[in-house]
Design a protein around this ligand. Structure first.
Ligand SMILES: Nc1ncnc2c1ncn2[C@@H]1O[C@H](COP(=O)(O)OP(=O)(O)OP(=O)(O)O)[C@@H](O)[C@H]1O
Ligand SMILES: [Mg+2]
Length: 353
């Protein structure tokens, strides 16, 4: 039994099914990222978990106990969860220390206990030197840390974060990703983290859940999701992949407009229309004619860009389709040159279209 379980969860707003039969198991202490495009139902799923919304179907269980089902719901304040919204909602008239202590005061803990818990969390979040400042005197990243400290100090069983870094500039976002992971590793609260940023999810998550139009497309480790996308949607959403349309010839071979690709996975019937995804950085480019035809595509370089650490090619294949290849910078090939691109079978994946 997992710590947090969603089973067959659905939520409708009028005619629109916003969360569609979602089932998910979350292990205690894990960081699970809900990742997907705008409007796919991430916030609604988080609000269902927090108890701000009730489901139209399905159940949510914590430690085996039902906390949400159609028509019955444990109120949010009894769920031992902290939720951080996109806007930090700090109290402007309270200092950092007072903001962090507030939730403990509501719980009427003894004064000395409050002081020691607050001191601990201010130290861990590196806010101790700023304790007597007001939110208006802090940078965005510092305010973000105050809101994290405030959520963590009440020792929630579950931490729910909705796009917690969306208000920060890109440098600070990157820094705070590591910060959130570091704080998690210190406290190990079960965390559900909503984002639409792929690299943010890769940095923070143990498990990534890809959502699309209210349903789950794939659940897996960052490596699973990136290296072994289960659908064309996932491959496209994670970025960096070429997608070629084709027909299955035999279980591991796909004909993509005359280009025959041996692939790493099987499971699609011969004759079915599929897509093959191949990551840009796994493709090799050469001007030497290969001895073996399999997984080699002849083409012409239509764009060659030097990017310092690597070279980015756009190659037009005989079929007219274009692929991108990101390679090392040695042996550069110029625009207009005829090349062969090798698409290694171990990196070609057959996907349901
Ligand atoms: N209270 C509501 N009433 C009606 N429709 C709603 C309500 N809340 C959300 N929706 C709709 O449900 C869909 C999913 O919304 P949700 O906020 O869960 O998406 P999201 O994945 O969090 O998107 P974003 O990345 O933009 O925050 C959207 O089409 C939204 O317009
Ligand atoms: Mg949202």
């Amino acid at each position: 039994m997992s710590f947090l379980e969603l089973s067959g969860l659905s939520k409708r707003f009028g005619p629109l099914t916003v969360v569609d039969d979602v089932s998910l198991s979350v292990e205690r202490g894990h960081v699970v990222c809900l990742l997907g495009p705008s409007g796919c139902g991430k916030t609604t799923t988080l609000r269902l978990i927090a108890g701000f919304t009730t489901p139209d179907a399905g159940e949510i269980r914590i430690d085996g106990k039902v906390i949400s089902s159609k028509g019955s719901s444990v109120p949010p304040e009894l769920r031992q969860m902290s939720m951080i919204f996109q806007s930090y909602a700090l109290w402007p008239h309270m200092t950092v220390r007072e903001n962090v202590a507030y939730g403990l005061q509501l719980r009427k803990l003894p004064k000395e206990k409050i002081v020691s818990l607050v001191d601990d969390i201010l130290t861990t979040t590196q806010l101790a030197p700023l304790a007597e400042r007001y939110p208006g005197e802090l940078s965005g990243g510092q305010q973000q840390r105050v809101s994290l400290a405030r959520a963590l100090v009440v020792e929630p069983q579950t931490l729910l974060l909705d796009e917690p870094l969306s208000n920060l500039d890109s440098n600070l976002r990157e820094e705070m990703r590591f910060e959130i992971r570091r704080l998690h590793d210190a406290y190990r609260y079960t965390t559900i983290y909503v984002t639409h940023d792929q690299s943010e999810a890769m940095t923070t998550a143990d498990v990534i859940v890809i959502m699309n139009k209210g349903h789950i497309e794939q659940v897996g480790s960052p490596e699973d999701i990136y290296e072994r996308p289960a659908s064309e949607f996932v491959a496209r959403f994670m970025g960096g992949a070429n997608i070629l349309a084709g027909q299955v010839l035999d279980e591991r071979t796909v004909d993509c407009g005359g280009l025959k690709l041996k692939c790493a996975n099987a499971g699609h019937a011969a004759g079915s229309s599929v897509s093959v995804s191949i990551r840009q950085h796994t493709i090799a480019v050469t001007t030497q004619r290969p001895t073996d035809e399999m997984n080699w595509a002849a083409g012409t370089v239509v764009r060659s860009v030097y990017l310092g650490a690597h070279r980015d090619y756009l190659i037009e294949l005989a079929s007219g389709e274009r692929i991108r290849a990101v390679t090392s910078t040695s042996n550069p090939v110029e625009n207009g040159q005829a090349v062969w691109a090798h698409l290694p079978p171990e990196f070609c994946r057959i996907l349901t279209r």
